[in-house]
Design a protein around this ligand. Structure first.
Ligand code: NAG
Ligand code: NAG
Ligand code: NAG
Ligand code: NAG
Length: 557
């Protein structure tokens, strides 16, 4: 952990320069009052040396423990005494390095806001929902840090939500109707509605943002009856719930699998849940790796489900595809993006291991549906056609050619195609503007760096986050100068504009976006912005590659 908890200043040297040392006596200024309670935070400093107030680890819901385990969240409406929001909360249960702070009592929100004297009017609010496939990740400041965005006049809130079985267990009956992790997010949004004004935020200007699992979540809030009215603009980076097949209405198979992994009986939902409740959160969190079926695949395990009606408050009541086409959505101005290379690096995990390469070659029909998350319908045809389209029917070898084909197949199947579907559907039906982008930039760091050269080799899944959030658990902070720094300036400018105008385009006051004009995507002219060293307009993002998917899994747009 690079971030030392409880330290007032996270001043990381490393020659970046420019950090202004916040004065110790400023510490007491980080206090906020809302209808729910009083909060004491800390002072922190941005990349450009601006002080801000930082409130960390605030519980937005009752601890989901004991009788509340596997239950929907209970929103915190009143706090006793002054809430100590000076220290980071835990990660929700998931496999982690030894020494990491993990706990099931993890339903926390961090709120970062400019100092009071710098807030003359209520500021636009950005809520960030983290990535991690619904089984990993966190809104903690060491991986979703505020030090870049708080150079803008925004209030940033980052949240945790329950993960894996603890968040998404669904047996298809009233004992576990499912989607609790999404209901956690809704609780956090309700908390923002009720409390954010006390932190200087405008509850009538909330931009929900997310990457990967968070991106998919953002889209679902536009459909959920529970989320209506809680947000006003949206940004989804790299994933969507409108994919190759409709969403299911339970994940009973995963409940059974989880039960087996922890030696629980599986003869009824009640038996499963009663037994899982006796297991520790650590056993549940640590069992993640055993869900893999081939190497580390599939990447996607827990997914949103359409909830059956047992009288509970339901997060999802209809298919996203139908909701979008029938206009049953709370549409808002929307930025949708994917990265150029997404999960391309997964190819190396196969090709640099001869056992896995042989297995994929010899058992393609069995392994491909796992690795590429293919639905059961049309499966035999799909595995054949995908092999033809991406690998030209050649066996995989440890070569550049195989790496390129297999890397694109991973990227398109797991992420890219679902984003393509979402952008095309929303730009056609939502009635609100859609701006589409591809993140193409490769800088000093990436979530995939070549193990030999230690250099980035593409724009991987999550790499756009590097220029929006400080990620001190993983990468050093970006300074003020150089191409990476310029990327931070431009990415945060787009987000700031989206949050304040509902439109990412500059209005003449941002030299970092000079010359940028980003038109909306329309069904006829599918323009997107390439976010590279220079921003440029292009059309028909990866559409040649997506043709095979459209044929295999046809929908009418
Ligand atoms: C707030 O929490 C931090 C970290 O747990 C602790 O060091 C500090 O003493 C607490 N402050 C108060 C006033 O309780
Ligand atoms: C190759 O993959 C297999 C199966 O996942 C694993 O057991 C083995 O350790 C891997 N070999 C190397 C050299 O990483
Ligand atoms: C695959 O190729 C890479 C780069 O040429 C090499 O370092 C690695 O040892 C090879 N792995 C296997 C299993 O052949
Ligand atoms: C990479 O980091 C170094 C050291 O901080 C910096 O000088 C350089 O400009 C950075 N490169 C890019 C592409 O930003």
């Amino acid at each position: 952990m690079l971030l030392v908890l409880g330290v007032v200043l996270a001043v990381i040297g490393q020659g970046l320069g420019g950090y202004v040392q916040a004065k110790n006596e400023a510490r007491d200024e980080a206090s906020a009052v809302t209808p729910s309670g009083q909060f004491k935070g800390i002072m922190d400093v941005t990349r450009r040396g601006r002080q801000f107030e930082s409130y960390r680890g605030i519980r937005y819901a009752e601890p989901p423990v004991g009788n509340l385990m596997f239950q929907p969240p209970k929103l915190m409406v009143k706090y006793d005494g002054v809430v100590n929001a000076t220290a980071e909360g835990p990660y929700c249960p998931q496999p982690t390095e030894p020494g990491t702070y993990v706990d099931e009592d993890c339903l926390t929100i961090n709120v970062h806001t400019p100092v009071k004297s710098a807030r003359s009017k209520p500021l636009p609010v950005i809520v960030y929902m983290h990535s991690g496939g619904f089984y990993a990740g966190s809104g903690r400041s060491d991986i979703a840090g505020p030090h870049y965005l708080l150079d803008r006049d925004v209030v940033l809130a980052t949240i945790n939500y329950r993960l894996g079985s603890l968040g998404f267990l669904s047996t298809g009956d009233e004992l576990a109707p499912g989607n609790n992790g999404f209901k956690d997010q809704v609780a956090a949004l309700r908390w923002v509605r009720d409390n954010i004004a006390g932190f200087g935020g405008d509850p009538h200007s909330v931009t929900i943002t997310g990457c990967s699992a968070g991106a998919s979540s953002v889209m679902l809030h536009m459909i959920s009856p529970m989320s209506e009215g809680l947000f006003h603009r949206a940004i989804s980076m790299s994933w969507s719930p409108v994919d190759k097949a409709p969403l299911r209405s339970d994940m009973n198979d995963l409940a059974v699998k989880q039960a087996r992994l922890l030696n629980c009986p599986t003869d009824s939902s009640k038996a499963i849940i009663d037994c899982l409740k006796t297991k520790s959160w650590k056993e549940l969190g640590d069992s993640l790796d055993s869900f893999a079926e081939f190497a580390y695949d599939p990447i996607g395990i827990w997914l949103p489900i359409i909830e059956k009606d047992f009288g509970q408050e339901r997060f999802l009541t209809m298919q996203p595809l139908d909701a979008i086409k029938e206009g049953k959505i709370h549409a808002v101005p929307y930025i949708i993006s994917q990265t150029k290379d997404e999960f391309f690096w997964k190819a190396y995990t196969i090709l640099e291991n001869s056992t896995l390469t042989n297995q994929m070659n010899e058992e393609w029909d069995r392994v491909a549906p796992i690795a590429f998350m293919l639905p059961t319908t049309n499966r035999n045809n799909a595995v054949r056609q995908l092999k033809q389209a991406y690998l030209h029917d050649k066996p995989l070898t440890n070569s550049t050619e195989s790496a390129d084909g297999l890397g694109k197949l991973y990227g398109d199947s797991v992420i890219g195609f679902s984003v393509h579907r979402l952008a095309n559907l929303m730009s056609r039906h939502s009635g609100q503007p859609v701006w589409y982008a591809e993140f193409d930039y490769t800088g000093n760091h990436s979530h995939y760096e070549n193990p030999v050269t230690k250099k980035p080799t593409g724009a991987a899944h999550h790499d756009d986050l590097i220029y929006i959030f400080s990620l001190r658990a993983v990468f050093p902070d970006i300074g003020r100068d150089g191409p990476d720094a310029e990327m931070v300036d431009r990415m945060t400018a787009l987000w700031y504009n989206m949050a304040r105008y509902g439109d990412p385009n500059p209005r003449g006051d941002q030299p970092e976006l000079k010359g940028v004009h980003w038109p909306r995507m329309t069904p006829q002219k599918r323009t997107y912005l390439s976010l590279d060293k220079t921003f440029s307009l292009r059309e028909n993002l990866k559409e040649d590659r997506f043709q095979v998917w459209e044929k295999l899994y046809p929908i009418s747009y």
